[in-house]
Design a protein around this ligand. Structure first.
Ligand code: C2E
Ligand code: MG
Ligand code: MG
Ligand code: MG
Length: 280
């Protein structure tokens, strides 16, 4: 298409593509290095019960601080890791670290870990979950795995089988960033999810009184209720947003209003010391 508009356009953007590919390659090399040199770490963001304000869980979020480039956002490095087939080892490291940390928390508190579609194309992932649970001593029902709709897009039956096996282990499954991908209600009948996470874009929209966002949250909550699933509103930053999503019936909330992603020691400090267990 660019070509038909004349050679000038073609020439102007090709070097840019080249630079992007080069940046990606550099990031990939640096990321391989980071994995070996322990430059990755995990932060924990509280998930709160809307009605009571009680912390019911945390979401584990990967962080990468490069010695020269500084902090690199997961929005940037996760896609690189996915493409470079590094998300497997990185994701399993996050999973082990997160389960180990969560095993110290009071028993009902859960840990949610993000899982890329790419990870679900490897049957060995189930074994990685089994061993992360065994190593940490964490009960399966306290682990929540977050997947996005992208898992279903190329609907390979392998991924669906793995989700079933994970359910069989007793872990919880959440559908992350709901409404931002290629949403199809059919996904909800193919796999049983425990929680639907409503994307921050709808929370923002609804608090600005955008009729569509309000209607979408309302519909998702109704649907989740009737299918026996919980809902979590993501990215709640203000009192107004909290009041709004609570009023719409979201059971759980997560966002800067309650806490930013924080180091493990700060997460543990939210519980009375006598409720913490010794490290496994
Ligand atoms: P996500 O799973 O939807 O995670 C929520 C993101 O929203 C996090 O960004 C979190 O810091 C941000 N957030 C939380 N509360 C607020 C708020 O009140 N306001 C705003 N504006 N943002 C809020 P983060 O940590 O940058 O992660 C971005 C995405 O990277 C995650 O989205 C997830 O898809 C991916 N990711 C992070 N860690 C991992 C991982 O270990 N494995 C995989 N596969 N993906 C990961
Ligand atoms: Mg998530
Ligand atoms: Mg999310
Ligand atoms: Mg997100």
């Amino acid at each position: 298409q660019a070509k038909s508009e004349g050679g000038g356009v073609h020439c102007a953007y090709e070097p840019q593509l080249h630079a992007q590919a080069e940046e990606r390659r550099q990031l990939e090399l640096a990321l391989r290095d980071a994995l070996e040199k322990d430059q990755l770490h995990v932060l924990f963001q509280p998930v709160v019960e809307a009605e009571t304000g009680t912390v019911v869980g945390f979401e584990a979020l990967a962080r990468w601080t490069h010695p020269e480039m500084g902090p690199i956002s997961p929005a940037k490095f996760v896609p690189v890791a996915e493409e470079a087939r590094l998300i497997g080892p990185i994701g399993e490291w996050v999973l082990r670290t997160a389960c180990m940390e969560a095993s110290r928390w009071p028993a009902p508190v859960r840990i949610a870990v993000n899982v890329s579609a790419e990870q679900l194309s490897h049957p060995s992932f189930v074994g990685a979950v089994v061993s992360a649970l065994a190593q940490s001593g964490l009960e399966a029902r306290r682990l929540e795995l977050e997947v996005t709709e992208s898992v279903f897009v190329n609907a390979d039956t392998g991924a669906l089988k793995i989700l079933d096996q994970l359910r069989g282990l007793g872990v919880q499954l959440s559908l992350d960033d709901f409404g931002t991908g290629y949403s199809s209600l059919g996904y909800l009948s193919r796999t049983r999810f425990d929680t639907i996470k409503i994307d921050r874009s709808f929370v923002v929209g609804a608090s600005n009184n955008k009729a569509e966002s309000l209607a979408i949250i309302r519909a998702v909550v109704t649907l989740a209720d009737s299918l026996g699933m919980a809902t979590t509103a993501e990215g709640v930053e203000t009192e107004t947003e909290l009041a709004m999503v609570r009023g719409l019936g979201c059971r759980k909330v997560q966002g800067y209003y309650f806490g930013r992603p924080m180091p493990a020691v700060e997460a543990a400090a939210l519980f009375p010391a006598d409720q913490l267990r010794a490290r496994a």
